[in-house]
Design a protein. Structure first.
Length: 58
């Protein structure tokens, strides 16, 4: 799930929208996320100099 859609504010203005929202939540209940498989080497970078070095090359 994209972060933007996860953090989105919603406004429910009528009973139909409320019902649709509840049905969507019930439908999503119990579904698991897909496992991510990385094809390339991945490493966490926390050093500021290293981060700057990575993005300066682009």
């Amino acid at each position: 799930m994209a972060t933007k859609s996860f953090l989105k504010n919603i406004s429910i203005k009528n009973k139909t929208e409320a019902t649709s929202f509840i049905e969507a939540l019930e439908h999503a209940e119990g579904k698991k996320r897909k496992k991510v498989h990385f094809d390339k080497m991945v490493e966490d970078v926390t050093d500021r100099k290293k981060i700057k070095e990575i993005f300066d090359n682009k």
